[in-house]
Design a protein around this ligand. Sequence first.
Ligand code: G6P
Ligand code: MG
Length: 217
Amino acid sequence: NTKTFIFDLDGVIVDTAKYHFLAWQRLASQLGIEFTPEHNEELKGVSRVKSLELILAIGNIEASQEDKNKWLIQKNTEYLSYIDDIDQSEILPGVLFVLDYLKKNKHNIVLGSASKNARPILEKTNIMHYFDAIVDGNDVTNAKPDPEVFLQGAKKMNDNPKNCIVFEDSVAGIQAANIANMISIGIGDKEVLQEANFVFPDFTHIDINFIDNLVNR
Ligand code: G6P
Ligand code: MG
């Protein structure tokens, strides 16, 4: 009974959501926009370009394509400076245990991330070898909540979406998983991730029984 487990990256596997937030917040304050953690929830899981559009909409700012391109580069440069020297210590608690268990039981393990920086992060944190397939921001055209990223993951494994289980920390990502007809597991705050089929504060709360029940249902 093989299942396909699809992992989001930022905020699920690695603690990089905080770096995206810091970099967006700096740009926003430079543009005179007040950008709160609540606003940031809407950006999670969303592509870089769409994130900038959301921030500009919050500030009611219209900008030229030239300025937008400049700001996108500025944000990514700052983000890259944060992740430049990350290592395995940035992997969130309990993640490696779950990855090991899934690997041992021969399930498919897939990355489904909106980030164009996904591969270097998997390399730096030394977890590339877990993944049977990677779908990231370089592969998809439609940002979450569009299900494209997860559907591509299922396709790469030749698996049916109904046989896929998605781990996500973002509202947009949970919506994408639900639209794809996959089981959605939220990692984070139950209040925020209300639409998920299950929610856990982090991977240390996910035990083997829960995974076995999912696999056998
Ligand atoms: C992830 C993060 C977002 C980020 C997006 C694009 O989904 O949750 O916060 O903006 O990827 O990442 P990138 O590294 O390509 O800018
Ligand atoms: Mg995420």
